[in-house]
Design a protein around this ligand. Structure first.
Ligand SMILES: [Zn+2]
Ligand SMILES: [Zn+2]
Length: 191
């Protein structure tokens, strides 16, 4: 029995339609259809299929190519939406940080802290979590809770070593508690 060079199953005359390459290598029509999406050469001998064979599958190939384009476009659009959502949530978060800074300036420390706590419960990125941690430490320093400030700022700089402001307030908090060696250590890391 003749077998198909693509799927290696039998080609039964009268049941399967088949097509061969210029060197007589037979393949099921359905198998060849899929193969031609990837290559226009025979999978066995690499001889190009004549145009008249490829022409038979033109509609199918065109349709597949259109489908591919549509799905690429769709993916790109989904990416755009995702990016826009990220930008929007970043803007909202920046506005939130601005409102916290205003509260700090007005000396509304307790209220600012409670708002930061509420925000922390939501889904936040690593960056947002660090921003929140920094502000909590800074506020606790400003309201004289140096122990809490040290706790939060130390956690922050352990996570993000490159955070000059974090080290600055950490140093200030150590200094306020008379821990001069530790303050010096922190200040040295403010670039
Ligand atoms: Zn086949
Ligand atoms: Zn061939």
């Amino acid at each position: 029995m003749t077998t198909c060079i693509i799927c290696h199953l039998g080609i039964i005359e009268g049941l399967h339609s088949s097509q061969d390459c210029p060197n007589g290598h037979l393949a099921h029509m359905d198998c060849l259809k899929e193969w031609l999406l990837h290559s226009s050469n025979c999978p066995l001998c690499r001889e190009p299929y004549p145009d008249r064979i490829i022409a038979q599958f033109k509609d199918f190939i065109d349709q597949k190519e259109t489908e591919k384009l549509v799905s690429i476009e769709k993916e790109a659009k989904q990416e755009d939406v995702k990016k826009m959502e990220q930008v929007a949530s970043k803007i909202i978060f920046m506005k939130f940080l601005e409102s916290i800074e205003i509260l700090i300036k007005e000396g509304e420390f307790e209220y600012a802290l409670s708002r930061l706590d509420l925000h922390n419960n939501g889904s936040t990125s690593i960056q947002m979590g660090q921003d929140i941690l920094f502000l909590k430490g800074k506020i606790n320093f400003m309201r004289g809770r140096f122990d809490l400030a040290i706790n939060q700022l130390f956690k922050l700089v352990k996570e993000k070593y490159d955070h000059p402001e974090g080290f600055l307030y950490l140093g200030k908090a150590y200094e306020a508690l008379g821990l001069d060696d530790k303050a010096k250590w922190a200040y040295e890391r403010v670039k």
